[in-house]
Design a protein around this ligand. Structure first.
Ligand code: CP
Length: 304
């Protein structure tokens, strides 16, 4: 997928008729800038028609509970809506966030699972309750194209402060993908209490000492997440975890990554984000090629 994505980056319109007469639906249950637009651009590069539907703002309130007595605020059951969307579209993409209230429910992935169960067409995650796979494919692509040395890079995922409780999705996926990719010496740094679910961090070195983690790092991936164990809670606002130019001095002139949007001078200082070490813009641009590689694979598998 990385190779295919980089091939599309070099030649965006190489498969410009692959998706002719095919339609992709992009359902958003929460806000997005990069995911929405990069997926639209990717689909259009393949000759597909892309239609965005902001379900949260423009659609009927969806019900996901099996057997629900729908006498409250929800108007339409996903069992009824998803098959219709599956008839309108050849591929369906869904973006949803977790509640951060109920860990069991969020980690059951009930929203995207319902679309997978009832749509009858391939479903692409544009970020779900616990994972953000297109972001992680993008991140592996970005590390690959920024690494030319004949050794494994030291890649550090470091927690950073934030004003809001955020999902664990990006960090879960990043851990999962870096480990499966196997191309890095991978370290995760976070304050005590911010341990991610073990299934996503296998193979990583985990530390509570950010400076130790940053020492000789080649890539630093900055991300906030709320607690998994004390589910959805903010346990620390320690400003010392913000990535600054001074901290960057510990690294091997590391490239700095973040999935964006970023809270400047909370997660990362201006001086880091505006420095040549920051590759966040290139990373976000690569979202197109990751999405294009995935959509192309799925289109090739479609009948008719
Ligand atoms: N990184 C990311 O998913 O960005 P958006 O929320 O803008 O889509």
């Amino acid at each position: 997928m990385v190779k295919q994505a980089l091939a599309y980056k070099a030649n965006p319109f190489a498969d410009k008729t692959l998706g002719s007469n095919k339609r992709i639906g992009l359902l958003f249950l929460n806000p997005s800038l990069r995911t929405r637009l990069s997926t639209q651009v990717a689909a259009q590069n393949l000759g597909m028609e892309a239609i965005v539907f902001n379900v949260d703002k423009e659609g009927w309130a969806l019900e996901f509970e099996e057997g629900a007595i729908m006498n409250g605020t929800t108007v339409e059951h996903v069992k009824d809506a998803a098959p219709i969307l599956g008839n309108y579209f050849d591929i369906l993409c869904v973006r949803t966030f977790p509640s951060l209230q109920n860990r069991e429910e969020d980690y059951s992935e009930k929203v995207i699972s319902a679309f997978i169960q009832y749509a009858g067409v391939p479903v692409i995650s544009l970020e779900s309750a616990t994972l953000h796979p297109l972001q992680s494919l993008t991140d592996i692509i970005t590390i690959t194209e920024n690494w030319n040395e004949n050794r494994r890079p030291k890649v550090v995922l470091t927690w950073a402060p934030h004003v809001k409780a955020l999902p664990q999705c990006v960090s879960n996926s990043f851990g999962q993908w870096v480990n499966v990719w196997g191309g890095a010496n991978f370290v995760i740094a976070h304050p005590a209490g911010y341990e991610l679910a073990e299934e996503f961090t296998k193979g990583a070195t985990i530390t509570h000492q950010q400076d130790e983690a940053l020492t000789n790092a080649d890539f630093v991936y900055v991300k906030n997440w709320s607690s998994y164990n004390e589910y959805g809670k903010i346990l620390s606002n320690d400003k010392n975890w913000m990535l600054t130019q001074q901290k960057l001095q510990l690294t091997n002139n590391a490239k700095v990554m973040h999935c964006l949007p970023v809270r400047r001078n909370v997660e990362l200082s201006d001086e880091v984000l505006d420095s040549p070490n920051s590759i966040v813009t290139r990373e976000a641009s690569n979202r197109v090629w990751a999405a294009q590689a995935v959509i192309a694979e799925l289109v090739k598998g479609l009948k008719g």
